[in-house]
Design a protein around this ligand. Structure first.
Ligand code: MG
Length: 379
């Protein structure tokens, strides 16, 4: 389970994409007017390649912004680098560029970019070694558990039964909208889920401590799996600890946390579910490393909302952790998730089978890349 091939990188290409049609989730943070995404393709001197995804859900042209950074700043640095383990490239890029990104006020954007590069490096390394992720990791099963997420308040009747039929047993509802009520949405969702299934809620950092304490109290009778981001990710340690001790609902967060030490600190403060996003912080390497360091009572359930590339990477993390980890899969239609690769992502018994082919993720088709490509000049 360690990489042993020497790889020399020779090209990096950025692919800003945008979904055609589909439905965007509503969140307390705001509606997504479009579904942008950013893929990257790394190639080595032997012609082998790897695909990665960089988080770019917001703002609408985040994909174009980060594509420019890849082309203008990262490509010239990464080309020519040699490595055995993907962590070496990430380390070299950090050494060369972290002060630059601090200077331009985009340290977190740099983290998103490094995360996507790490995914592409894993894909390249596994493809080069002619191994699938599950073979490389020695997994007993190449299925990753998933749960249904981002169900809009107006779509509960449509999506809960549909995803229950796919074997989903956990359903995450977006809350934090005054117009829909908080307990009202949960009550409605609770009536629609199958026997033995459970609800969790996500309020996307929209509450202060006092509001979160009050709102969670109204939800305690519904036996939620967790409440996600009830506070801002940068709330003080004291606020997180106070909230944790004020409710019997397990607290979750992670998609807006950066750095291993900060995840470990959240575990110490009493959060029971940590949710790093593979395209936003750490990529495969740092999240798999983090999973090994978490105390037994804290679960790592990967966050994800994007294309099939990052989705397969995120589900692979759940598969590697095992039965106790579930990765979120958006219920809403999104051509970036369903039409990008020939490899269909089918949810059966709540789980998704990882590709058996060499590499981490299935290769996007040229046809799909062309169709979904976001033109820089005319947007
Ligand atoms: Mg969330």
């Amino acid at each position: 389970m360690s990489f042993n091939r020497n790889i020399k990188l020779c090209s990096l290409k950025a692919f800003p994409l945008i979904a055609q049609g589909g439905i965007s989730p509503n969140m307390a943070l705001g509606k997504m007017p479009t579904r942008p995404a950013l893929l990257l393709r790394l190639e080595d001197t032997s012609g082998c390649f790897g695909w990665g995804e960089i988080w770019a859900n917001f703002p609408p042209r985040a994909n174009i912004h980060k594509a420019h950074i890849l082309e203008d700043v990262i490509a010239s640095e990464i080309c020519g680098m040699t490595y055995v383990d993907p962590r070496e490239v990430i380390e070299m890029l950090r050494k060369k560029l972290s002060v630059y990104f601090l200077h331009i006020g985009q340290a977190h954007v740099f983290e998103h970019i490094l995360a996507g590069i790490d995914i592409a490096l894993w894909d390249l390394s596994l493809r080069s070694a002619d191994m699938s992720f599950s073979d490389f990791m020695g997994l007993k099963s190449n299925y990753g558990n998933t749960y249904a997420t981002s169900i809009n308040a107006s779509d509960l009747e449509q999506y809960i039964p549909k995803h229950a039929e796919m074997g989903q047993r956990f359903f995450k509802l977006k809350i934090g909208f005054e117009e829909h009520g908080t307990a009202e949405i949960v009550k409605k969702g609770n009536k629609l889920i199958p026997k033995g299934a459970s609800i969790m809620v996500d309020s996307n950092q929209s509450w202060c401590l006092m509001e979160a304490t009050k709102k969670l109290r109204t939800l305690e009778k519904y036996h939620l799996i967790f409440a996600e981001e009830p506070l801002r990710a940068d709330a003080s340690d004291n606020e997180w600890a106070t909230l944790v001790s004020s409710t019997n609902i397990p607290i979750a967060a992670g998609e807006n946390i950066y750095g291993e030490n900060n995840y470990l600190k959240m575990a110490e403060l009493g959060l029971k579910y940590l949710q790093p996003d593979v395209a936003k912080w750490g990529g495969m390497s740092a999240i798999l490393d983090l999973a090994k360091k978490l105390p037994g009572e804290v679960k790592l359930w990967p966050h994800f909302m994007g294309t099939a590339i990052g989705q397969y990477a995120a589900i692979s993390i759940s598969a590697a952790i095992g039965e106790q980890s579930y990765c979120e899969v958006d219920v809403n239609e999104n051509s970036l998730r369903t039409d990008l690769c020939d490899h269909p992502m089918t949810i059966r018994n709540g789980a998704v089978q990882l590709p058996n082919t060499p590499g981490l993720v299935p290769e996007p088709t040229e046809r799909a890349i062309q169709k979904l490509s976001q033109k820089v000049m005319n947007q």
